[in-house]
Design a binder for this molecule. Structure first.
Ligand code: NAD
Length: 483
């Protein structure tokens, strides 16, 4: 497959290059080979993107919602038709196994385009009767939205931000992570092919500095970031200086609580989905696995057995279900946490070996006997490291699960449905699961509480974050003024 894009950026309906921008080498995580080279956006490129997006947005907002939606739904169809090639590219960009990318990336991007395409025609304001007078509200676009992505879901993030933004009549400039610059370019290409006007959805490459210059530009109306909490704090502050709208999808250290009446196989399956998909590089992962005392030994034994059957190897092989980490740097970060876990007294049940081959491979890790104060129980690792923490009763586990700055996700496994709902209601997290983990259908709101985020992606809730209301008071009679 051709992994080198025609040029670094996609602006005003076409590929654009400016080789004076800093060089970014795109590395295939499975082999460490350089598979493409792009350049970070220069001020001239950013200017070109903002000018094009501004122009395109004006005309796009004048179209009917149904007509806008038709473009998005056409783009969804094209994405599905090209799922194989897009999935292979996603695997090159991220290292995630094709077995995952072929069902979770372009497909979920297409779901977002289809869903928001369907909603676009039904976006309305309301009519409020006040005696003879009345008020109506107009749901208007925000204008120019900037999307900034993390590297774990490059296609999905580009669509989860782009689809609601465009449905509401906005234009978008998307800056992918510098680790995974390839996939968003395909999203831009497909949108143009589906009939979006040139300039409506632009992609510019670059590191944090490019993101920062977009966030601070006064012509940008909204910023949606998917990234870590420290980056979120910087971007939120910069956006606040310009009173811009924000959506912040940030990191997590989510609790997965398993009571001893849970179905063991389901709980183990849930813990696997909560920790090892995408080699553990998922924001919503339930990495603090609280297991009730009576079930803990059996749980750890069965988990280790099932993890032993993971197929680790060539990500392009459809049988492979566990791939490398995204970069050498991420691998070093994860190795550092594993070493800390051991040094602080956790029991390494299995995993953590670096595979003796090129690329960024670490085998999946189970730590048992983890306590709340250990570094691996407090900080987001963003790698395949599961920590088992023992608990005795419900009140205790709720307090311990909530004792974190994060609040992205939480899960409960139990066969006692009253308890399931009672516990979930008390967990401080935005996206929760009962007897399941990490499902993210486009119909459901997704996002975090506390330091894990602001705003929601997906579902009808996202419309609130990509549009604004204008209130219009209409007087039917004469104006009575005191003077
Ligand atoms: P990161 O915070 O390092 O970078 C995210 C993006 O922000 C990148 O595109 C980066 O170039 C850009 N950036 C960095 N500094 C910036 C600045 N000052 N101004 C503007 N942009 C800037 O995150 P990452 O390492 O790419 O991704 C991993 C993190 O993302 C994890 O913490 C993970 O939990 C989080 N994440 C959250 C979600 C979610 O939906 N909540 C989803 C995926 C990943």
């Amino acid at each position: 497959m051709q992994t080198q894009p025609k040029a670094s950026h996609f602006i005003d309906g076409q590929y654009v290059e400016d080789t004076s921008g800093e060089l970014i080498e795109v590395v295939y995580p499975a082999t460490g080979e350089v598979i493409a080279k792009v350049h970070a956006a220069t001020p001239a490129i950013i200017e070109q993107a903002i000018t094009a997006a501004h122009r395109a947005q004006k005309d796009w907002a004048k179209m009917s919602g149904t007509a806008r939606g038709r473009v998005l739904r056409r783009a969804a169809d094209i994405m599905r038709e090209r799922n194989h090639d897009l999935s292979v590219l996603e695997t090159y960009d991220t290292g995630k196994p094709y077995q995952e990318t072929s069902v979770a990336d372009a497909t979920s991007g297409a779901d977002a385009l289809e869903y928001f395409g369907g909603l676009a025609g039904s976006l309305t304001g309301e009519h409020i009767q006040l005696g003879d007078d009345w008020v109506y509200t107009r749901r208007e676009p925000l204008g120019l939205c900037v999307g900034i992505g993390a590297w774990n879901y490059p296609t999905q993030i580009a669509c989860w931000k782009g689809a609601p933004a465009l449905a509401c009549g906005n234009a978008m400039i998307f800056k992918p992570s510098e680790n995974t610059p390839l996939c968003a370019l395909k999203v831009a290409e497909i949108l143009m092919e589906a009939g979006a006007p040139a300039g409506l959805y632009n992609v510019v490459q670059g590191m944090g500095a490019v993101g920062a210059s977009l966030v601070t530009d006064p012509r940008v109306d909204k910023v949606s970031l998917t990234g870590s909490v420290p980056t979120g704090k910087k971007v939120y502050a910069a956006a606040a200086a310009g009173i811009k709208h924000v959506t912040m999808e940030l990191g997590g250290k989510s609790p997965l609580v398993i009571f001893d009446d849970a179905n063991l196989e389901d709980a183990v399956g849930g813990a696997i989905l909560a920790n090892f998909y995408s080699s553990g590089q998922i924001c919503s992962n339930g990495t603090r696995v609280f297991v009730q005392k009576g079930l803990r030994a059996a749980f750890v034994k069965r988990l280790a057995e099932r993890l032993g059957t993971a197929v680790i190897g060539d990500p392009m092989d459809p049988e492979t279900n566990f791939g490398p980490l995204v970069s050498a740097r991420q691998m070093e970060i994860v190795q550092g946490y594993i070493a800390k876990g051991v040094a602080e007294g956790a029991t390494l049940v299995c995993g953590g070996e670096r595979l003796d081959k090129p690329g960024f491979w670490i085998t999946p890790v189970i730590f048992d006997g983890v306590t709340d104060e250990m570094t691996i129980a407090r900080e987001e690792i963003f790698g395949p490291v599961l920590s088992v923490l023992e608990f005795e009763d419900e009140d205790e586990v709720i307090a311990r699960a909530n004792a974190t700055e994060f609040g992205l996700s939480a899960g409960v496994f139990t066969n006692d449905f009253t308890r399931a709902h009672r516990v979930i209601a008390q967990l401080e997290a935005g996206t929760c699961f009962i007897n399941s983990y990490n499902d993210a259908p486009v119909e459901a709101p997704f996002g975090g509480m506390k330091n894990s985020g602001v705003g929601r992606e997906n579902s009808k809730a996202a419309i609130e974050h990509y549009s604004q209301l204008k209130t219009v008071y209409v007087r039917m009679g004469h104006v009575e003024a005191p003077y």
